[in-house]
Design a protein around this ligand. Structure first.
Ligand code: GLC
Length: 446
């Protein structure tokens, strides 16, 4: 029995890994991160003047695909005339997302709220003539959705910000600290406006790569935001002073080394509205990517890019609705769960109930016939199909009576229980999951 608990046997707690953010102690933030860990899905909203011409958000002028003046002309075309934030919030709710992150200000410096520190905002410089952020946060909160503020540290439009275009900058921050200080006062002032007016549940910084933690005054910023709201969460783009990491577009193959993480991803290839980009991911693709993220202990922040008038592209609405229907059916396997078992035991994503006594198996593709779980030491109390409750039969294959090494579990999955996208099974165990990780010897540590 002693051998049974040897190094080749893994219990769930060992899967928890270290925190990537250099300056933040995971234990200190554990409590406030709980809702985030349980939430699994967030919706990212990139809305700005770039939706008028359908060009890349901010990057189009920085990379000189369009002249700065032409880019800024888009201010005149941002109408928000069909903008119904309560419909956005209802759609986000329907998707199953528990939080939403909105671009309060992108690298182009145009604010969605009515900032007192610049004329570059929707209320003062566009035909929309109003603060478009306030009603959105109100609608989200009414739906019980946590609010996130994307805030670009970079502001390429501001006259006292050093960088401007890819091959031209205004000055060097280190050589002109007084001028840099003017920018610091400005950006920190705007941050304070958003903090005081909206008190976001989550801050999603972006663009930290252009300056160091010292230059941005990251310590001071973190302190200001968490003094104001100790429960607020900060993403990992504050030069080491954030609470979780943010892989972007690239899907982790092995489990990331940090405790909390979130994959941010577009539905087509662009963050903002881009009518020329029709390369939309299908609901199946989005669902399987999402399952993969939660299997590895992460969240997914799925982006939508509304048009200037406030309409959300039909293809994106379809993805959100299909994802939402699938989430609703499989909620018990998704929300409030923890990362699944390591690769090698099952050919597909998995999650575990918090007490790790239920193992959820996500069947890749439309698998029917038998699926197999390897190295499961526990005995199985029951296997059922999530969302329809049907009980399934299984068989233990290859178990040697005198060896403690477990046999293979083959589960029968009839074609009749198939989900349109991904079928999920709940395997109820006799206790917290215990896995054999050995090399095939007769004892569990071999
Ligand atoms: C990148 C881009 C930015 C986009 C963001 C979303 O950092 O600079 O345009 O908003 O990713 O994750």
């Amino acid at each position: 029995m002693k051998r049974f608990l040897s190094s080749a046997v893994l219990t769930f707690s060992l899967f928890q890994s270290a925190q990537a953010q250099q300056h933040i102690q995971p234990a200190a933030i554990q409590d406030k991160m709980q809702w985030f860990a349980d939430a699994k899905l967030g919706i990212f909203i990139h809305w700005g003047i770039y939706s008028v011409k359908g060009v890349d958000e901010s990057w189009s002028f920085y990379n000189k695909k369009i002249a700065y003046a032409d880019y800024m002309q888009q201010l005149k075309g941002f109408t928000a005339k069909h903008y119904h934030p309560e419909e956005w919030a209802a759609l986000i709710k329907e998707s199953g997302a528990r939080y939403a992150v909105v671009t309060t200000k992108h690298h182009d410096g145009v604010a969605l709220w009515d900032t007192q520190l610049s004329k570059l905002d929707m209320a003062n410089s566009t035909p929309a003539k109003r603060d478009v952020l306030t009603p959105l946060y109100t609608a989200l909160r009414q739906q019980g959705i946590k609010t996130g503020a994307y805030f670009s540290l970079i502001d390429w439009s501001y006259a006292d910000y050093p960088q401007f275009l890819k091959d031209s900058s205004r000055y060097n921050a280190q050589k002109d600290p007084a001028r840099w200080q003017r920018f610091l006062n400005y950006y920190q002032g705007q941050l304070k406006e958003v903090m005081q007016q909206y008190n976001p549940d989550l801050w999603w910084f972006d663009g930290d790569w252009e300056h160091s933690a010292e230059e941005w005054e990251a310590v001071k910023i973190r302190k200001m935001l968490t003094d104001h709201n100790p429960q607020t969460i900060i993403n990992g783009r504050l030069q080491g002073y954030g609470d979780y990491d943010t892989p972007e577009q690239n899907f982790p193959v092995s489990r990331p080394n940090f405790k909390w993480w979130e994959l941010c991803m577009t539905i087509n290839n662009n963050w903002g509205y881009h009518p020329d980009d029709t390369n939309f991911k299908t609901p199946y693709e989005v669902i399987t990517i999402f399952a993969d993220a939660i299997s590895n202990g992460g969240n997914m922040l799925l982006d939508i890019g509304p048009a200037e008038d406030g309409t959300i592209p039909a293809e994106e609405v379809t993805v959100l609705k299909e994802l939402g229907a699938w989430n609703k059916k499989h909620a018990s396997a998704i929300f409030n769960t923890v990362a699944g078992i390591p690769a090698g035991h099952f050919y597909g994503p998995t999650t575990l109930s918090k007490d790790s006594t239920t193992l959820y198996l996500f069947l890749p593709g439309n698998v029917s016939g038998q699926v197999m779980v390897k190295g499961l030491i526990n005995s199985i109390k029951k296997i059922s199909v999530v969302g329809n409750g049907q009980a399934l039969t299984h068989k233990i294959v290859g178990k040697i009576s005198w060896s403690s090494v477990p046999g293979l579990v083959y589960i029968d999955v009839p074609a009749t229980v198939q989900d349109k996208y991904m079928t999920v099974l709940a395997v109820e165990l006799d206790g917290p999951v215990k896995l054999y990780r050995g090399k095939g010897g007769f004892l569990t540590n071999e």
